[in-house]
Design a protein around this ligand. Structure first.
Ligand code: FES
Length: 315
């Protein structure tokens, strides 16, 4: 049984069990999301030994060369020594502004580090200290505005609650951009469906602006789901965009207490009632993991190709 040395503690990982699962079963808390490779939330660094090639699939060649790999798709075959993401590989940034979007979500603007290239809809890891970080999606457009996040204050959340209290000018560190949930100009001839719950609007807003900037002519459907109307935000901006771009259809959805202009019910059901066939659609899903999972399956059953379904789940 391979032995894993992590933070100077030794763990044995049984054959056929992923490193992520094996460590979790032994009481180690590791941030994870998709648990299958695309989101890169669980990324760790290899200090000694080798990991199977599959454990580095999807990472940039520069990251592979530095020894980064994904524990959720790593089935160790030999003894290895691993560590958290090297804090030294992160970028310095600074809080430029914090603005409440509603009672629980704040728009946080950060100084974009030099040579920081990203696609709207990707995410960064934002570090509170050298071991504690959380993922936040990028709603901003490069070169036009600072890095922009929508941060929901999670009750008891060690990073989100701290972020909400920071002042302008505070300096912190962020990872390089991660993830593959962003607009692809090669999909110009495909309609787009976007479903986001809560602050899951952030990557979708970035993707939407990219699509409009690229003059995407096919229909773009954006459904934003929340529990009650007070949790909606960016309604004015999105309605204004929908008036300017006739191909954009913005549909706010609430689980309870719908106001004029909102649909009431579950976001996935509302979307599929309006769009029963998703053949040839690009589908972007962001927000609560259960919604993303259900929407992914239902989108596939409605005709979307798995290749065209992009997911950004977070708890
Ligand atoms: S949790 Fe490992 S890549 Fe998503």
């Amino acid at each position: 049984m391979p032995e894993i040395l992590y933070n100077n503690v030794s763990y044995q990982i049984p054959a056929g069990v992923s490193l992520l699962e094996g460590l979790e079963q032994q009481g180690v808390a590791i941030a994870s999301s998709c648990r299958s490779g695309p989101c890169q939330t669980c990324k760790k660094k290899l200090l000694q030994g080798n990991v199977p090639t599959d454990a580095q699939r999807g990472l940039k060649p520069t990251e592979q060369a530095q020894g980064y790999f994904l524990p959720c798709v790593c089935y160790p075959t030999e003894n290895i020594v691993i560590a958290d993401i090297d804090f030294a590989d992160t970028f310095p940034s600074q809080i430029l502004s914090i603005k409440a979007l509603n009672a629980e979500v704040a728009e946080i603007k950060l100084k974009c580090p030099e040579n920081f290239q990203y696609q709207p809809g990707q995410y960064i890891q934002l570090f509170k200290n050298n071991t504690l970080c959380r993922n936040y999606s990028l709603a901003s457009q490069p070169e036009l505005e600072p890095l922009t996040l929508h941060v929901k204050k999670v009750i008891g959340g060690e990073v989100s609650a701290w972020l909400h209290e920071l002042a302008e000018g505070y300096e912190l560190r962020i990872s390089s951009p991660l993830g593959n949930c962003f607009y692809q100009p090669s999909t110009q001839k495909q309609p787009i469906l976007m479903l986001g719950t809560g602050s899951g609007l952030a990557p979708l807003y970035g993707i939407l602006k990219s699509a409009l900037k690229a003059n995407h002519q096919e229909d773009i459907w954006l459904f934003h789901g929340v529990n009650d109307p007070s949790q909606l935000y960016f309604q004015d901006q999105l309605q204004a965009l929908a008036e300017q771009y006739p191909q954009l259809h913005y549909i706010p959805c609430v689980a309870e207490g719908a106001l004029a202009g909102c649909e009431q019910g579950m976001i996935v059901d509302i979307a599929l009632k309006k769009l029963p066939s998703l053949k040839n659609f690009m589908v972007y899903l962001s927000g609560a993991p259960e919604m993303v999972k259900q929407a992914s399956l239902k989108s596939f059953l409605a005709g979307a190709s798995m290749r065209d379904i992009y997911k950004d789940p977070f708890g």
